[in-house]
Structures are given as C-alpha cells and as structure tokens.
Design a protein around this ligand. Structure first.
Ligand code: AMP
Ligand code: GLY
Length: 413
C-alpha cells in the first residue's frame, strides 16, 4: 500500500483482513494500529499486489515503473492518470467521449480569460489545470472575487505552475455524488455511491478543503440515477480510454453533479477518494483484496461485491486548516494503538496527519489529522457513532464540521 493518509490507513486496514499488508511510508497512526510501515520505496519492495493511494505518484509514473518490473498494480499509468492530472485534458476527453459535463473554456492568457469570465453568469467556477490537493477550485457568486482568482492563478501567485492554466466553467446546480468504479481496462464494477463534504464549515460555508467528512451509501441516489451515470458517463469513458489505447487498471472516481437535466461529471479522479474511502471500504468486509487483485490482473468481469451497512466519517483537522494548518498539538483521547482510549465498537479512527512526540503521545502533523468513522445498520446509526467517537478526541483548535451526513440521516426517518 503506497501512501500516508487516512485513505491508505483505511485501505491497509481493510486489506489486512485477508492478506499481509506493508504500507510505504504510512504514518504513526497506521503503524500503531498494527500495520507494518516501512520507508522503502515501492519499487524496492516485493509483494503480490501494489495499491497506490494518492494521485501524485500515479501522475508521476509509479504504476508504469512497477508494471515494468512485472508487478501487479492497482492504479493507472501516466496516460490514464492524466484524467486527473490535467483538467484541460479531462475536459477535452469528455468532449471526445460524449460525457456530459459543464461548458467551459481553457486559458493561459489573462486578458482572454477575463473576457470569457465576463460572458459567464454566476456562480463562477475557476479551476487550476494541475493538481492542487482539492484546493484549486473557486466557486463564487462574486464576479470581483472570480476576477482576482483568475489573476492570482494565471500569474502563478496562488498555485505556481499547477495554476498557470485555468479552466473557467459553467456553474452547475444539484446534489453531488462521489461515484467510484473499479476498472481493469475492459470491465468496470461500480462501488456504493458516497458523498463528501468539501467546504470547511457547516452548511457548506467557507473554503474548499480536501474533504471534511463523508458517508456511504448515498441512498438518495436512485437506481435510475446510478444507471444513468453508468450509461452516460462511465461506459463512454471506458470506451474512450480503450479507443486511445489506455489500459486503465485502477479506480475511476467520478465527481458527479445530479442536475435537474441529468448527471454531469465535474471531474475524474484516478484513485480512491479521501475521505470517501474511509466510509466505503469498511462496508466491503473481507472482499477487498480479491476485488483489487482482479483489477490488477484484468479479471474483473464477473466479480461480485456484497457491501452491507452504512458508514459516516468525521474529519478532525488541525488548527488553522485549510489556510495555515498547525502541527505539534497533542491529541487527547487516543490509546497506544491510536484508536479510542475508551474502546467503542463500530468506531474506527483512520490517521491522516499524526506523529508521535518524544513522550510517545500522538500529535497533529498536517492539515487533516484524523478521520473518525462510525459503522451502523443505517446512516443515522453510523453518524451517531462517528460523532460519539469524535467527541472523545480533542486537540487545541481542532476544526470539524457538525453536520456531516445530517440531512442524509434525517432523510432516512
Ligand atoms: P472539483 O475539484 O473539480 O471536484 O471541484 C471541487 C468542488 O467545487 C466540487 O466538489 C463542487 O462542489 C464544486 N464545483 C466544481 N465544479 C463546479 C461546477 N461546474 N459548478 C458548481 N460547482 C462546482
Ligand atoms: N474527497 C475528494 C477527493 O478525494 O478528491
């Protein structure tokens, strides 16, 4: 397992139900949870299956490198990873594949970009072309703020080289869904739809973040809507990948807006979502290793997954997140294994950014610190457990939302 966040913790924990797992590099909380973490690069490790968690190593070619060594890998090569690595490429791909998505323009020149922006109506949506850890997107009704953002991105002031091409697009309205499919190059298998909460504050206020919480399954998404996403987005994408000779073996995560005129794809990611993974993989029991191995070997056709129950995760972020996260604050409420000191059944803590201080205490280390996942028969039950667990974990200035999965659990009653 390659990576060091809560997503990788969740994947490693789930894979460990049916296999021996090594995480590189992992983090303090993953190691404390009894999972082996090493600093050896993946290319120097031997394993039956390599699962690459984050987008950056995929965009940089780690999957290609490992495959060239004859290894089985979950994660696309550089060609497939471009779907996430470049929004301009992604939009061009959508057009070629006929995937429904927001109208847009791509710009490197500020004058042309500002002229295009002036023709749009609110909400204005401005995105960096390159990777920006979920923070490169501005959605605003304020034209002046949008104009400034275009300037800051194109001048390189806000995101450096990743931002010097921008995509400006039509604002879409509707409920969002994180729709993940496993893909082995020729077949796809849909996982349960999930929803994440990207804004830092309750009621979706404040800055965009990497994600402040999530739940699955998203039961408000009907079977017809799922079928529409498969028919209108996923299958045309697979066909276009094949037409281009891209052997995509990994996870395709479509960010979908369920608009009144049908689903539209906001973006593709080429890996599991974070924090969506922290609510999806616990629902698949011991079956994950087999599914991922089939992805790597091109044997996904005929595979079955039998998820059960519901999960909610609440992210605890460090003081100052997302603008200027502070590290080094002591985390209270965790035992030596990094789980709740007062054990709670059906609550699992996945570590995103933690370290140990000289006294062996867990301390914050990075923006998102912990993802507290509650499991239950319903979203409501899972939500209660997640929040009961999260209440027991404290550190100075912790940033957390209180409304993760709130309306979904109310909708169940
Ligand atoms: P992205 O990284 O492209 O998924 O964008 C981050 C977030 O910005 C999405 O989850 C949406 O909430 C919002 N967003 C992105 N594109 C649009 C759009 N065209 N219309 C409305 N909201 C959007
Ligand atoms: N949850 C958003 C992402 O993983 O990109």
């Amino acid at each position: 397992m390659v990576g060091s966040g809560a997503r990788e913790h969740a994947l490693a924990w789930a894979l460990a139900k049916s296999s021996d797992v090594i995480v590189t590099p992992g983090n303090a909380g993953i190691a404390a949870h009894g999972l082996t973490c090493v600093n050896t690069p993946a290319s120097e490790l031997d394993a039956d299956l390599f699962v690459i968690g984050p987008e950056r190593p995929l965009v940089d070619g780690l999957a290609d490198q490992l495959r060239a060594q004859g290894k089985r890998v979950v994660g696309p090569g550089v060609d497939g990873a471009k779907l996430e690595g470049s929004k301009a490429f992604m939009k061009e791909f959508f057009a070629a594949a006929g995937v429904p998505s927001a109208a847009y323009g791509t710009f490197v020149d500020e004058e042309t970009a500002q002229a295009f922006l002036a023709t749009m109506s609110p909400p204005y949506v401005i995105k960096t072309d390159g990777l920006a850890a979920g923070k490169g997107v501005l959605v605003t009704n304020d034209l002046e703020e949008a104009r400034l953002d275009v300037h800051d991105k194109l001048s390189g002031a806000s995101f450096g080289a990743a931002g010097t091409t921008v995509v400006i697009e039509e604002g879409l309205d509707g409920e969002e869904c994180s729709f993940h499919v496993l893909c082995d190059g020729t077949s796809v298998l849909a996982l349960l739809p999930a929803q994440d909460f990207k804004r830092v504050g309750d009621d979706d206020q404040g800055a965009n973040t990497g994600g402040m919480g999530a739940y699955a399954p998203m039961s408000s998404m009907s079977v017809t809507q799922r079928d529409d996403v498969m028919r209108l987005a996923i299958h045309p994408t697979l066909a276009e990948l094949q037409r281009r000779g891209i052997d995509f073996r990994g996870v395709l995560y479509a960010g979908i807006m369920l608009t009144p005129s049908g689903p539209k794809v906001l973006e593709y990611n080429v890996r599991f979502g974070d924090p969506e993974t922290e609510v999806m993989v616990p629902l698949y029991g011991e079956g994950l290793y087999d599914l991922l191995r089939r992805v790597a070997e091109g044997r996904l056709a005929g595979a079955r997954a039998t998820p059960s129950g519901a999960a909610v995760t609440v992210v605890l972020a460090s003081r100052g997140y997302p603008q200027s996260p502070r590290s080094g604050d002591v985390i209270h409420g965790l035992g030596p294994d990094g789980q709740l000191a007062l054990p709670h059944e059906n609550v699992i803590i996945f570590h995103a950014g933690t370290a140990r201080n000289d006294d062996g205490q867990f301390v914050t280390s990075g923006g998102r610190v912990l993802a507290v996942t509650g499991l239950g028969a319903s979203v409501g039950e899972a939500r209660r457990r997640a929040y009961d667990g999260a209440a027991l974990v404290t550190f100075e200035g912790s940033v957390r939302r209180s409304d993760i999965a709130k309306s979904a659990s109310e909708g169940e009653q």
